[in-house]
Design a protein around this ligand. Structure first.
Ligand SMILES: C[S@@+](CC[C@H](N)C(=O)[O-])C[C@H]1O[C@@H](n2cnc3c(N)ncnc32)[C@H](O)[C@@H]1O
Length: 221
């Protein structure tokens, strides 16, 4: 992998990915359901934090989940086995050298991956070639520049800015959310639709204070 994955593969980060997926499950997955018999490529599945939700919500679809990290794939397999999933296959593979034929999939799912790549446009073009005519791609990415606080906190913004800079130095782009439309259009996708999803947290939502603010966002920074 030429890009350096800024969050690394420490067990605490693996746990954070599961916390993130768990706390955002409805926000991210409420409208993702794949039809019976369809084949879905999940590119950059990490430790399988999104995979379990995807496969459980579309039990009659078949998933091929890949990641460049062999350790993450091994962990994802363990998770899927524990969840009793039978509709997912995992493979270690780099998005830029995927071992699949053109038009092999009906759908592609990408979550929090393009933001770590120095060539996100090329990655989208690669994924597009793997889609059958009429297939779809779902891309979920963050945008750390869209964070607001009350009371406002210069320290919090400065800490986030450090993350943005570190990710940039590692070849990625923590502000990629705002670029998804032009990237997808330039990669040749049509009927592109961007749906901004907001995470709003205050103390009347203790689950999100814990699951998102503490265990997902602050833990990442
Ligand atoms: C933030 S994690 C997201 C994992 C998962 N999609 C999720 O939402 O929990 C980003 C993942 O992208 C993977 N990745 C980075 N570059 C990759 C590449 N070139 N090919 C495949 N996977 C890659 C990393 O190994 C890491 O597991």
């Amino acid at each position: 992998m030429s890009d350096k994955y800024v969050h690394g593969y420490h067990p605490r980060e693996n746990e954070r990915l599961h916390d993130q997926a768990g706390t955002l499950v409805d926000l991210l997955h409420s409208d993702t359901k794949y039809a019976r018999g369809s084949s879905v490529l999940e590119a950059g599945c990490g430790v399988g934090a999104q995979t379990v939700t995807l496969a459980q919500r579309s039990p009659d679809a078949r998933f091929m989940s890949v990641d460049v990290s062999a350790d993450s794939i091994a962990e994802a397999r363990r998770r899927a086995d524990r969840a009793g999933l039978t509709n997912v296959e995992f493979r270690r593979a780099d998005i830029f050298a995927l071992p699949f034929n053109a038009e092999a999939f009906d759908h592609v799912f990408v979550c929090f991956v393009l933001e770590h790549l120095s060539r996100p446009l090329e990655a989208l073009a690669v994924l597009k070639r793997l889609l059958r005519a009429g297939g779809t791609i779902t891309v979920i990415e963050g945008d750390h520049g869209s964070t607001y606080f009350h009371p406002d906190s210069l320290e919090a913004h400065a800490a986030i800015q450090c993350q943005v800079m570190l990710q940039r130095e590692a070849g990625g782009n923590a502000l990629i959310g705002r670029q998804l439309y032009p990237l997808l259009v330039e990669a040749g996708f049509d009927a592109v639709r961007v749906i901004p999803r907001m995470v709003y947290v205050d103390s009347s939502r203790p689950d999100l204070v814990d699951g998102f603010t503490r265990k997902t966002f602050t833990a990442m920074i």
